[in-house]
Write a protein that binds this ligand. Structure first.
Ligand code: UD1
Ligand code: UDP
Length: 384
């Protein structure tokens, strides 16, 4: 039979990190004709990932504009992707997660009457404003998708509750853990010399990232104030690779630049970030991806949000959702810094999100769906 023609669509840093292992897995298989279309909703931050994982897009819409609006991204991605789909007529379009590229990709495929598979399907907070606009992006994408690759059982249950037919859902684990397994090394030497100079034995390194839209403005000001006060604690070193979004970059630099014990960096290559995380004491973040990666490295995570769509590591005890107030950040960070029992309770390595074989399961599920493989792949089961 003909190979299955798949176009993988992505546009931002986290989508690229999580789709790269899957693209590589499809490239290895004789059953796939695999193409990649990037919207480049992100530019520099996307290119970093493409280069690290050696993914060469067949199409690059290059849509990023500075301070772009949601409707600008939606319109240009929708139009550009539809043209590609009409020309290529793939059997399947793969989209990932919950960005505006994800939703526009699914919608463009639907308009072109092409099947859609959603990777990292079924995450929910059940609050349409949190995170904004991601909760709605993933719900709308889920409504269009024909195949749902849910990373966990909880995500599958969310989809079942919304009436998605069980045979369309595959529990695969999250491909971010596939990526992480290729990057973290005990003997890793950073390319960035600032990182090589940090004394990880003497300092308690706190890795920080924050960029979410709902945190722009006052919440981000509060986060930065919390970090400023935290930087005065004994033996602390705060390392913050700052998202290039000017709404984030400007605030963070205004409040934190030049402070002793605070290192502000440009976005790091993903292997540098992963290895920095592996050497850190704990993580403060509003990112989705870091909430999934840090538990598998045994690093406690304080989540700078009011709700999370990733409850598994919260249940396992390695992640706490602490909001964005300066006082809450200080309180919870000090507990981790000075209460060894509490620290140890949160620092056990757990892997609720994946085992490194998510891409393999997704490829097998597609083959099963198209009748090339007989048995339905086993579901991902977290250890323990
Ligand atoms: C986007 C996603 C968010 C995801 C995040 C990951 C949407 C609506 N948001 O948010 O779900 O968690 O990416 O990082 O899809 N910029 C650059 N260079 C880059 C990237 C961004 O300069 O490589 C600047 C540009 O000025 C751009 C702005 O950041 O306009 C915002 O980018 P955008 O993709 O709209 O939003 P993010 O906050 O990055
Ligand atoms: N990341 C990176 N460099 C950085 C910060 C983060 O490579 O400087 C990686 C991180 O390891 C994770 C992903 O980017 O895999 C998270 O992306 P982001 O925080 O932009 O988006 P989110 O996860 O919130 O959607």
């Amino acid at each position: 039979m003909d190979r299955i023609k798949v176009i993988s669509v992505f546009g931002t840093r986290p989508e690229a990190i999580k789709m790269a292992p899957l693209v590589k897995e499809m490239e290895k298989s004789e059953f796939f004709d695999s193409r990649v279309a990037v919207t480049a909703q992100h530019r520099e931050m996307l290119d970093q990932v493409l280069s690290l994982f050696d993914v060469k897009p067949d199409y690059d819409l290059d849509i990023m504009k500075h301070r772009q609006t949601l409707s600008e991204i939606t319109c240009s991605a929708l139009k550009g992707l539809e043209e590609i789909f009409i020309k290529e007529k793939p059997d399947l379009v793969l989209v990932h997660g919950d960005t505006t590229t994800t939703f526009a990709g699914a919608l463009a495929a639907f308009y072109s009457q092409i099947k859609v598979a959603h990777v990292e399907a079924g995450l929910r907070t059940h609050n349409k404003w949190l995170p904004f606009p991601e909760e709605m992006n993933r719900k709308l994408t889920g409504a269009i998708a024909d195949l749902h690759f849910a990373p966990t059982k909880t995500a599958k249950e969310n989809l079942l509750r919304e009436g998605v037919r069980e045979e369309r859902i595959y529990v695969t684990g999250n491909t971010v853990i596939d990526a992480l397994k290729t990057t973290v090394r005990e003997d890793y030497v950073f390319r960035n010399d600032v990182l090589n100079k940090i004394d990880f034995k003497r300092k308690k390194v706190i890795l920080v990232t924050a960029h979410r839209r709902e945190n722009w403005g006052e919440p981000l000001e509060q986060i930065c104030l919390g970090l400023k006060r935290l930087s005065a604690e004994k033996d602390v070193c705060i390392v913050y690779p700052v998202h290039l979004n000017p709404a984030v970059w400007d605030t963070v630099h205004r409040v934190l630049q030049g402070l002793e014990n605070v290192i502000l960096l440009e976005p790091l290559d993903t292997d540098e970030l992963h290895n920095l995380m592996a050497k850190s004491f704990f993580v403060l973040t509003d990112s989705g991806g870091l909430q999934e990666e840090a538990p598998s490295l045994g690093k406690p995570v304080l989540v700078l949000r009011n709700e999370t769509e990733r409850p598994e590591a919260v249940k396992a005890g390695t992640v706490k959702v602490i909001g964005t107030s300066c006082e809450s950040i200080l309180k919870h960070a000090r507990i981790l810094l000075y209460d060894q029992n509490e620290y140890m309770k949160m620092a056990g390595a757990v892997n609720p999100y994946g085992d490194g074989f998510a891409s393999k399961r997704i490829v097998e599920s597609i083959l099963y769906h198209f009748g090339i493989r007989r048995e339905r792949p086993e579901e991902f089961e977290p250890e323990g």
